[in-house]
Design a binder for this molecule. Structure first.
Ligand code: SF4
Length: 298
């Protein structure tokens, strides 16, 4: 059973929580959902300006659902993993049509929305609606692994074990539990970081099991290192940049300028078309989806 004292983490959070746009009072369930999808694998500093612009432009699910997929991909900018934009657009359509334009509060109903997974459903239930449910991301797993279990880092994820671990830590009161989930996440994001934990600033340093065990090195399976330069992700991003910056469909010759390896370039362009992020017009040019429907090849 984990022994991490979340009340200490909560007190620290009350005094130190970052003043993030989506944490301001009055943020709707829609605002929280948009923030959670944008924050997947993307740092806060990159998300915040896009989130602000997004919410000003599309304050309701129905306002997002009313625009083309291309507009949504364009507004997604350089946040990366742009399929998230299409998933958000699809979820907005269902929320508008089937849930009275209000993001559901119930976890199972959230899970039934297109593209909403276990983490996002729980994050919305807790952060938007103050429910008591474990919200477990990489940061939370790392804090619990160190402070409660004395390990140098979290091992491979296990949804059942990870949720049970965090569930056992949460206070009984739903609103306090929801805030505790945010507090644990914040501690992992800004203090108990992966490479250089700032234990001197940590509210649970005196009880941390990893500290007490003498800070043993992580001895679990090696973690995959994510690189970006030269990957298909980079090439797909460069291709999308061209189409985002153009109101007219772009000829292939323009797309060919972004990357010298023709084989990789064509593979990436093809994958963008397969993913629905790019469409080919009847005259063989390329465009963001839904913006040039009359001329799109089927
Ligand atoms: S004392 Fe250090 S390792 Fe332990 S939870 Fe705090 S920051 Fe993480």
């Amino acid at each position: 059973m984990p022994s991490l004292d979340v009340i200490e983490v909560l007190d620290w959070f009350d005094a130190n929580a970052r003043d993030l746009a989506w944490r301001k009072p009055g943020t709707t369930g829609w605002g929280v959902l948009v923030s959670e999808i944008m924050l997947q694998q993307t740092p806060v500093a990159r998300v915040e300006p896009i989130w602000l612009a997004w919410m000003a432009r599309w304050p309701l699910p129905s306002s997002l659902a009313a625009v083309s997929q291309g507009e949504v991909v364009r507004a997604w900018g350089k946040l990366g993993y742009p399929r998230r934009a299409l998933r958000l657009h699809a979820a907005a359509g269902v929320i508008a049509a089937e849930h009275n334009d209000v993001v559901p509060a119930d976890i199972d109903t959230l899970l039934a929305l297109p593209g909403i997974g276990a983490y996002t459903a729980r994050a919305v239930a807790a952060f938007a609606y103050g429910q008591r449910c474990p919200v477990v991301d990489t940061n939370v797993r790392r804090v619990v692994a160190r402070a409660a279990h004395g390990a140098g880092d979290a091992g491979p994820p296990s949804t059942t074990r990870d949720l049970a671990d965090v569930e056992a830590l949460l206070p009984a009161d739903p609103a306090t539990a929801a805030r505790a989930s945010a507090a644990l996440m914040e501690l992992g994001a800004v203090v108990c970081t992966a490479r250089a934990p700032r234990c001197g600033d940590c509210p649970v340093v005196s009880s941390c099991a990893w500290q007490r065990a003498g800070r043993p090195a992580y001895d679990g399976p090696a973690k995959a290192v994510q690189r970006f330069a030269g990957t298909d992700r980079q090439v797909r991003g460069l291709l999308l940049d061209v189409l985002r910056g153009s109101t007219d469909p772009a000829p292939k010759t323009r797309l060919d300028l972004v990357w010298s390896d023709a084989c990789q370039r064509d593979r990436c362009l093809h994958s963008l078309v397969v993913d629905g992020l790019v469409e080919q017009t009847e005259d063989g040019r390329f465009a963001l989806p839904g913006e040039h429907r009359q001329g799109v090849t089927k």
